[in-house]
Design a protein around this ligand. Structure first.
Ligand code: MN
Length: 428
C-alpha cells in the first residue's frame, strides 16, 4: 500500500511555519488532555493539535475500518496493536482531509471548532502505556569512549560487543513525558579511594541522548522474531533522555548492571513519529566490523535513518548552550537487529513496549551524547555562556533534546524532549 501521506508536494490548509517539525508529511501520534479535561488520541499539524476521537466521531474516517472508540483512549496501545495496515490507512486519510485542496473539513467551521486546538490549549500526556522498557548500548563510539575512560584504550570494547546488541531491562513506571521535572535522586556512591559508601544526592546527574522505538504485538512467548520480519513490528520513534546518576551507577552496577542510577526517570518526547513518515530519510547503516551470527545478519544495508539530534542546556538566566550535535545514523546495531536479538530466546514483545537505542555518540568530540563523554569524566569541564562550568548538571538546569530529518523536499521532526532538574529532597 502506497504511503500517500508522505507526498512531499502536499500542503495543508492549516498554517505551517517554514522549518516546523510537523508539516502535513509528518502526522505523528500522541495523547493530550484538552482544557475541558477530555483525554484523546491526536495528531499535530503546525502549531495545531487535532483531536482524532472527535475527527472519527464526526465521520472523517468513513472508509477506514476502525472500532468506534479507537481514539477515545488515554494511550496509543490499542491503535498500535491494530498493525501497519491501519496505521497507514489512518495517516493517509488524515493527509487527505487536511490537504489544502480538500474543502470537506476546511470549510466546516463548526467541525473545525470541535476537532482543532491551538497547541497551547492542550497538555501532552505520555503517548503509550509502556509495558516494558529495554535500553540497548548500540553506539560503538559511546561504548568505546566509556570503555577507554574506565578500562583503558586496549580493552575499550568488551569481547561480546561486536557480536550482539548489548542491552538491559529498564523500568517502565518512571518513563515520563517531556516537561516533567526531574528530581535529583539520592543514593549510595563510593568516594574515590574509599572502601565504604556514602549516602547523598547524586553528584553526577547526566543525560543520555537517545531515541527509542515503539513496538506492536510481535510474537508469542517462545517464538523469536526473525531479522527479516522485525521491521514490520516497529510503529514509530520518539526522542529519549535516559537520565543517569553516574556515581550511583558506578558503585551498584557489578555484577547485574544498571539499577537505581537509571530508573529514577527517563523522559520521552510526546509525539510518536511513525516509521512510515521516516521512510524518506532511510540511509545506509555503518558497515559492521564482523559478520554477526546468522540470526542477526541483515540482507539489507540501508537499515538506518538520517535523524539529526541536538542537545542543549538552558540555564536559569535563559541562556541556551549547545551541548552536542549527533545523528541516529551513527548507531552500529540496527533496530531490526535489536528486536531480533531481544526475542531470539523466545522473549515476547508487545504493543507499547519501548526500546532505547543507547546513548548515541558520533565520531567527533561535539557529537558525544552524554556529559560523561563531553567532559571526559570530569577532566575537561564545559564552559557555559554565563561563565560557569559543568561536568554534570546543576539543579535548575533544563536539558532539551531535539531531533529532525531534512531532505531537499521536506523536513519533519520530533519536537522537543525537555526535563528541568529539581533539587534533591532528603528521604525521611
Ligand atoms: Mn541509556
Amino acid at each position: 500500500m502506497l504511503i500517500k501521506a508522505n507526498d512531499p508536494k502536499r500542503k495543508s490548509w492549516l498554517k505551517v511555519e517554514k522549518g516546523c517539525d510537523f508539516p502535513i508529511q509528518n502526522i505523528p501520534f500522541g495523547v493530550f488532555i484538552t482544557k475541558d479535561d477530555i483525554i484523546t488520541i491526536g495528531t499535530r499539524i503546525g502549531e495545531y493539535a487535532i483531536d482524532l476521537g472527535a475527527f472519527h466521531q464526526l465521520g472523517y474516517f468513513d472508509d477506514v475500518p476502525l472500532t468506534d472508540d479507537m481514539f477515545m483512549q488515554d494511550s496509543l496501545n490499542d491503535f498500535i496493536s491494530d498493525g501497519r495496515k491501519t496505521w497507514r490507512l489512518v495517516r493517509n486519510k488524515i493527509a487527505e482531509v487536511f490537504d489544502a485542496e480538500n474543502p470537506r473539513l476546511r470549510d466546516n467551521e463548526k467541525h473545525k471548532e470541535i476537532i482543532i486546538f491551538n497547541l497551547e490549549e492542550v497538555e501532552m500526556l505520555l503517548p503509550i502505556s509502556v509495558g516494558d522498557y529495554t535500553d540497548f548500548y548500540s553506539s560503538k563510539e559511546h561504548a568505546t569512549n566509556v570503555g577507554v575512560m574506565f578500562r583503558g584504550k586496549d580493552n575499550a570494547l568488551m569481547p561480546n560487543w561486536l557480536h550482539m546488541p548489548i542491552g538491559y531491562h529498564g523500568r517502565s513506571s518512571s518513563v515520563v513525558v517531556s516537561g516533567t521535572p526531574i528530581r535529583r535522586p539520592y543514593g549510595q556512591s563510593i568516594p574515590k579511594g574509599e572502601e565504604t559508601p556514602v549516602f547523598g544526592p547524586t553528584k553526577s546527574l547526566d543525560m543520555e541522548v537517545e531515541t527509542a522505538f515503539i513496538t506492536t504485538d510481535a510474537n508469542n512467548l517462545g517464538e523469536p522474531i526473525s531479522i527479516d520480519e522485525a521491521r514490520e513490528y516497529i510503529f514509530g520513534m520518539v526522542l529519549l533522555n535516559d537520565w543517569s546518576a553516574r556515581d550511583i551507577q558506578k558503585w551498584e552496577y557489578a555484577p547485574l548492571g544498571p539499577f537505581l542510577g537509571k530508573n529514577f526517570a527517563s523522559t520521552i518526547s510526546p509525539w510518536i513519529v511513525t516509521m512510515d513518515a521516516l521512510e524518506p530519510f532511510r540511509c545506509e547503516s555503518p558497515k559492521q566490523d564482523l559478520t554477526p551470527l546468522s540470526y542477526l545478519n541483515q540482507k539489507t544495508t540501508n537499515n538506518s535513518f538520517d535523524i539529526k539530534l541536538r542537545a542543549t542546556l538552558e540555564t536559569e538566566n535563559g541562556d541556551i548552550n549547545e551541548l552536542c550535535k549527533t545523528n541516529f545514523k551513527y548507531l552500529y546495531w540496527s533496530m531490526e537487529q535489536q528486536l531480533a536479538h531481544h526475542s531470539i530466546n523466545g522473549c515476547n514483545v508487545r504493543s507499547g513496549d519501548m526500546m532505547g537505542s543507547g546513548t548515541i555518540s558520533g565520531p567527533t568530540k561535539n557529537s558525544y551524547g552524554s556529559m560523561l563523554e563531553l567532559s571526559w569524566a570530569g577532566k575537561e569541564p564545559i564552559t557555559l555562556k554565563d561563565g560557569t562550568t559543568r561536568v554534570f548538571f546543576n539543579d535548575g538546569d533544563k536539558v532539551i533534546l531535539k531531533g529532525y530529518c531534512k531532505n531537499d523536499e521536506v523536513s519533519i521532526g520530533f519536537g522537543k524532549c525537555i526535563g528541568k532538574i529539581l533539587p534533591a529532597v532528603k528521604p525521611k
